[in-house]
Structure formats: C-alpha cells, structure tokens
Design a protein. Structure first.
Length: 337
C-alpha cells in the first residue's frame, strides 16, 4: 500500500522548561543543525546552551502557545487532515524532533500495511538542518528497521509555480490596496554560512557574494541561499513589486559564527529608524506559523520597528491550513500515484 509521510520540525511537548530542554537537546545535538565535531557539540549544547536557553525559550513559547498545544504541531495536524480530503492516499504526519517521532510513525505505517512511501519534508528550501536531516534519519531508520519500504523523496518546492502563486495571493489578500506602497521584507530562517559551503557539491561555486546565487549552477539544487532568493524573486515578479519595495533577510541567528546576512532584526530596526510608513514581513521558509514567526516576527520585530519610529507593521501569516494549500499538496500527492 502507498502512503505519504509529511514531516515538519516539531516543538516541545509543553512550555515547561524541562520539556523545552529535552526538545532543544534533541534538536541541537543533531549534527546537521550544530555541525561541529561531536565532542565540541556536546560541550557547547550540554555545557552551555542547555544551561540558559531552555528557560528563555520556554518563556517565548508561553507567549504563543495555544490551548491545543504548539501552533506548529497543531497546524501541521490540521493540515494533514485537510490534505487527506484531497487525496485517497493515506497521509501520515511526523516531527523531526519531539512528537510524534518519525520512528513511531514509520512503525505505525508498517503495522497498517504501508510498503511505498512518499516522504514530504515540509520545507520549501533545502538545508542540512531541514530537508537533509529528515531524509538522512528516514534512510537510517529504513535501513535498520524497515528494509522492505520503498521510499521516494519529495523535492524542495521553493520555485514551484503553484506554491509561488499561493504566496503571492497571501501577500495580496493581506495587504489589499496597500500592496504597492508597503515595503515587504522576505525574512527566511538563517543558517551558518559554512552550511552553505558544505552543501555545495561542486565545492567551488558558492561564495556568498553578490553573484553566485544568480549564476546558474548545479549547486543551486542544494543551496538554501539561492532557493530563498528565487522564492523572493518569483513572488516579487508575480506581484510586480518595484525593486525598492522589497528586500530579503535572515532571522533567528544562534551563536557567534557568521550566519547569512542581512539579519532580520537589524534590518527591521534600520527600517524603523528610516521612518518607513508601511512595512510587511513574510516568512516563506515556514509553511506553518511557529515560534519563529509568531514571537520573533509578529511580536519582537513589530516592537523593534515601532520603537525605532516605524509606522504600520503587518505580519503576513504562513500558508497554514488554507484550503488552496492543502489542495495543492493533495495534487502533488495525486501526481505521485
Ligand atoms: C526553515 C527551516 C529551519 C532551518 C533551516 C533551521 C535551522 C536552524 N535552527 C536553529 C536553532 C533553532 N531553531 C529553533 C526553532 C525553529 N526552527 C525552525 C525551522 C528551521 N530551523 C522552526 C520552524 C522553529 C520553531 C519551532 C516551533 O516549535 O515553533 C529553535 C528553538 C527555539 C529557540 O530556542 O529559539 C532553535 C534553538 C539552528 C541552530 C539552525 C541551523 C543550523
Ligand atoms: Fe531553527
């Protein structure tokens, strides 16, 4: 029997510091997230980060938590249910970190008689810390526990025309008549620069300069930065935005190593200082709203912008559970069958 496995990032089980600590330990000990040798990672994560961050992150989660649970997890379950109405193929959902774990869901799929799986990491853009870590874990689990599974991997959809259209529609329906006089920031989750170099199969193309991401290369298949630029370019083209009316930035930096620039928080403060009258932020690296959008953008960035003297701030929500998005995923699944 054929079935789909949708995978999103996952959240802590609750906003209690101990649950956040458990979640962060699993997340940050992933060698594709903090990609340094095991001993250094262990010392950094267990010896430093987990001493202070869980309390801070728990407070942030408390600000955005719903009565049903983490927005990311709740939305992902609702999306799975909605997608199931557009396809006869059974759709399962797992989280890369936390619950329901990928291993537990693969076990359930096995018990249910599934033999062929379409693996759908719910990330539009390829990164070691998103698509790759899901694919690698599923490969490892398959090899160890489910060698009879046939697994196909759904590719990042950062430039899929129907996905771009949905993003453009979302911007339009949020901003309405203010679309052309609003400055739009496309804010993507950040990455350490070295992860861009690591995923370059040519080992020479990516330079993180003004031109590598727009010079055609095989490297773009796995280049997060190129893919973020492309999503931005295509949405801007669809909406016929003036060049000066949109820009790109990268959020959620962790640690002291160089991360992709410009940083969203700095950029938004600068735009506030410039007294920009209307600013909108969209975060296309996430398909569902989560801590990084609801707290970091819609609360923190909004506050920074207005405190610096900026005018109206609009947060453009993720695609979440909107019917057209569920329908599109359903179409992708039906094309696989
Ligand atoms: C686009 C997908 C994501 C990439 C790539 C990514 C890289 C990445 N993240 C961290 C560290 C943290 N991220 C945190 C939260 C978080 N990250 C993503 C997505 C990507 N991360 C999402 C959807 C979320 C929100 C989860 C939720 O429950 O809502 C956190 C936890 C929160 C906090 O303490 O700030 C950390 C830590 C690194 C180091 C990294 C790249 C290498
Ligand atoms: Fe993250």
């Amino acid at each position: 029997m054929k079935a789909v496995l949708m995978v999103n990032l996952g959240s802590p089980d609750s906003t209690k510091t101990k649950d956040v600590k458990k979640y962060l330990a699993e997340f940050l000990m992933d060698e594709r997230v903090i990609d340094i040798p095991y001993v250094s990672r262990f010392l950094l994560v267990k010896g430093i980060i987990l001493n202070t961050r869980p309390k801070k992150s728990a407070a942030a989660y408390q600000k955005i938590w719903w009565k049903e649970g983490s927005p990311l997890v709740v939305i992902s379950h609702q999306l799975r249910d909605k997608v199931s109405t557009y396809t006869k193929t059974p759709v399962y959902l797992a989280m890369r970190y936390g619950n329901p774990s990928i291993h537990s869901v693969l076990k359930k799929m096995n018990t249910d008689g599934v033999t062929e799986i379409l693996l759908m990491p719910m990330y539009p853009h390829y990164a070691m810390a998103s698509t790759e870590t899901v694919e690698v874990l599923v490969d490892e689990l398959q090899k160890k526990h489910f060698p009879h599974f046939k697994i196909e991997k759904f590719k990042p959809f950062y430039n899929n025309p129907a996905y771009i259209q949905l993003l453009a529609d979302k911007v339009k329906s949020t901003l309405n008549s203010e679309l052309q006089d609003t400055k739009i920031v496309f804010s993507y989750h950040g990455l350490p620069e070295r992860q861009i170099y690591k995923t370059d199969p040519t080992k020479s193309h990516c330079k993180i300069d003004g031109s590598c991401c727009t010079t055609p290369s095989i490297a773009h298949k796995t280049c997060y930065r190129h893919q973020c630029f492309e999503t931005t370019r295509l949405v801007a083209e669809n909406l016929q935005l003036k060049t000066e009316n949109y820009t790109i930035s990268f959020q959620s930096r962790l640690g002291r190593t160089p991360w992709l620039l410009p940083a969203t928080d700095q950029l938004i403060e600068e735009l506030g200082n410039e007294k920009i009258e209307k600013l909108a932020v969209i975060s296309p690296a996430f398909v569902s709203d989560c801590l990084e959008t609801l707290e970091e953008i819609n609360m923190e960035a909004r506050q920074e912008f207005t405190a610096a003297g900026g005018g109206k701030f609009t947060y453009i929500p993720c695609l979440n559970v909107q019917p057209a998005w569920a329908e599109l995923i359903g179409k992708w699944i039906n094309n696989w069958n």
